[in-house]
Design a protein around this ligand. Structure first.
Ligand code: NCD
Ligand code: ZN
Length: 358
């Protein structure tokens, strides 16, 4: 058995408020604990989207009642909250800007709106972006122009990771995350997954893109699941929404890569604990750790998972390395496949966040 620090996932969708049939703060944080995560940062593309005080309060109330592990909540950047967003800055783990189309209505179209958000959001609070292709170049330029740090979500392509490498080499304050699904799946897996289940943003990319992510591991600051649950009926129906669940498979996939010598355990922990904590200024979680059997071989089965969505793109995969017990703030929160931390045990970390990196 080895002991790891509590993992931190800076990118999850817990669907509350508005779509609790897909997931909620209870089921989503149960899935987090089962996956070895003791803190998750929840995205704002809910119904309604979290773009102002009242919608944020709705999500905060649900999280306070139901979360089993610690969490933070993002504010969403909209066309009409440039001036008011900063009022929420101390209550959230960051501002999320969508430059590309994905699930939900939060995409920003106007250059002026992008510029104004980058200019107004407090420089010492995290700014996270979904920006693919040319949009990545645009937002990197705006962040550099305003000399403010930027965190790029779910980087998936060679041209993007090499652009981020070049930006870092120039001294631009950029960090980034990559998902397990972009490290372990490609468009070649689409026929087997099925078209609807294979829908995800950013899309599964080419084998050359995946290889470039692995080749640029040193440029990747965090591994983030982008846990984006949609039900099987939705994924297999008409207009399948994009998104994969990922909380309960991430650590197994990454530990399998460690086992195969593709990265070290240190590489894994820097990207699932040290860097996310640092980038988002999250407080220490005292007496918090994950006990893992690194040699245990297990088969991925959605039927055994805590996520409400009922499926996984990794079904049937055999992984090495399994979470046995999770202790969160001195309380046994998960053991022997059972989630033990009750709803409401989770703490909102955002009000305690402090960004030393800036
Ligand atoms: C996410 C979702 O379903 O909320 N979907 C996805 O394919 N990644 C949207 C997002 O990550 O922005
Ligand atoms: Zn996402």
């Amino acid at each position: 058995m080895i002991r790891l620090p509590g993992l931190i996932d800076p990118h999850v969708h817990l669907r509350e408020p508005g779509a609790t049939y897909k997931e909620d703060f209870d089921s989503g944080t149960a899935a987090a604990l089962a996956g070895g995560f003791t803190a998750v940062l929840a995205m704002p593309n809910t119904k309604p989207p979290l773009t102002n005080g009242p919608s944020l309060a709705q999500a905060q109330a649900a999280a306070q009642d139901k979360a089993r592990c610690d969490y933070g909540i993002y504010l969403g950047a909209g066309a009409d909250n440039v001036a008011s967003a900063a009022e929420c800055a101390l209550q959230v783990c960051g501002l999320k800007m969508y430059l590309d189309q994905t699930f939900g209505p939060l995409r920003l179209d106007e250059l002026a709106t992008l510029r104004d958000h980058v200019a107004h959001w407090p420089v010492d609070r995290p700014l996270a972006v979904h920006a693919e292709g040319r949009n990545l170049a645009a937002i990197l330029f705006l962040a550099a122009l305003h000399e403010r740090p930027l965190h790029v979500c779910h980087v998936s392509r060679k041209a993007e990771i090499t652009l981020i490498r070049a930006a870092k080499e120039k001294g631009i304050k950029v960090t980034c995350e990559v998902t397990p699904h972009h490290l372990f799946l490609t468009e070649d897996d689409l026929p087997q997954l099925g078209a609807g289940r294979g829908e995800v943003r950013p899309r599964l990319a080419t084998a050359a893109d995946r290889d470039a992510l692995w080749a640029n591991l040193e440029v990747i600051d965090c591994f983030a699941t982008d846990h984006a649950p949609h039900t099987l009926a939705e994924k297999d129906g008409e207009n399948p929404p994009p998104g994969f669940p990922g909380l309960e498979t991430a650590l197994g996939l990454l530990l399998t890569a460690v086992h195969e010598g593709r990265m070290t355990l240190d590489d894994l922990l820097i990207r699932t604990h040290t860097n996310p904590r640092h980038i988002f200024g999250l407080p220490d979680q005292p007496e918090t750790f994950v006990e893992v059997d690194p040699d245990a071989l297990w088969e991925v089965q959605a039927a055994q998972m805590y996520t409400r969505c009922g499926w996984t793109p990794f079904e049937g995969m055999r992984l090495r390395g399994r979470v046995r017990r999770v202790t969160l703030r001195d309380r046994l929160a998960y053991a022997d496949d059972q989630v033990l931390a009750p709803p409401g045990y989770g703490v909102d970390l955002a009000p305690f966040a402090q960004n030393e990196i800036y």
